[in-house]
Design a protein around this ligand. Structure first.
Ligand code: ZN
Length: 185
């Protein structure tokens, strides 16, 4: 899959794209809605049109998402690393540099070929991005929002300690709820 050099080649962007795709794939929504949202995410991250995702592709993408979820749920860097190593051993090929025939900047792939199916590309590109992020931060590369009403996947690309919530909105909601519980007690 070709990703533009401006938007898609950095590890942080690939990690964010992974979390955004995972959020769509883990949601219990219909096929057409899921495909529509996935295409919007890919387009926002620089994938050129036309973007075609078949029903079979979606099945493979959802399988990849359920394989990736334990990496996001990992309690610490060691568990995340073990999960990533397992997925890389099972699914990744040799590292390969590609510029998609001059249409993007040079970047690494560990899928089998440039036109690999979406599911294979998603799983291997996610593992690569999250592995680099883990090594860069020496911390879990990703998480699932701790808000009981949310649970959305996110990646730890910012500075500072790993986050607990997907967004400022969830963090505020949980802080307010905790405050209310203290006063009620
Ligand atoms: Zn959240």
């Amino acid at each position: 899959m070709a990703i533009s050099p401006l938007l898609g080649t950095t590890v942080h962007d690939a990690a964010r794209r992974t979390a955004e795709m995972l959020a769509v794939l883990l949601e219990p929504i219909g096929e057409a809605t899921a495909v529509e949202r996935l295409i919007a995410v890919l387009r926002a991250h620089g994938e050129p049109d036309p973007i075609l995702i078949s029903a079979a592709d979606l099945t493979e993408l959802r399988q990849a998402a359920s394989d990736l979820r334990p990496v996001f749920a990992a309690a610490d860097a060691g568990e995340a690393a073990a999960r990533l190593n397992g997925l890389l051993a099972a699914h990744a090929g040799l590292p390969r540099l590609t510029d998609h025939h001059g249409t993007s900047g040079w970047h690494l792939h560990v899928d089998s070929r440039d036109d690999a199916p979406w599911g294979e590309w998603f799983l291997t590109s996610a593992c690569l991005a999250l592995s680099v992020l883990l090594a860069e931060r020496q911390a879990p590369p990703a998480g699932l929002c701790e808000s009981p009403s949310c649970g959305k996947p996110f990646v730890n690309v910012g500075r500072g300690s790993p986050r607990r919530y997907c967004s400022g909105r969830c963090a505020t909601r949980e802080r307010v709820a905790a405050h209310r519980d203290i006063h009620r007690a």
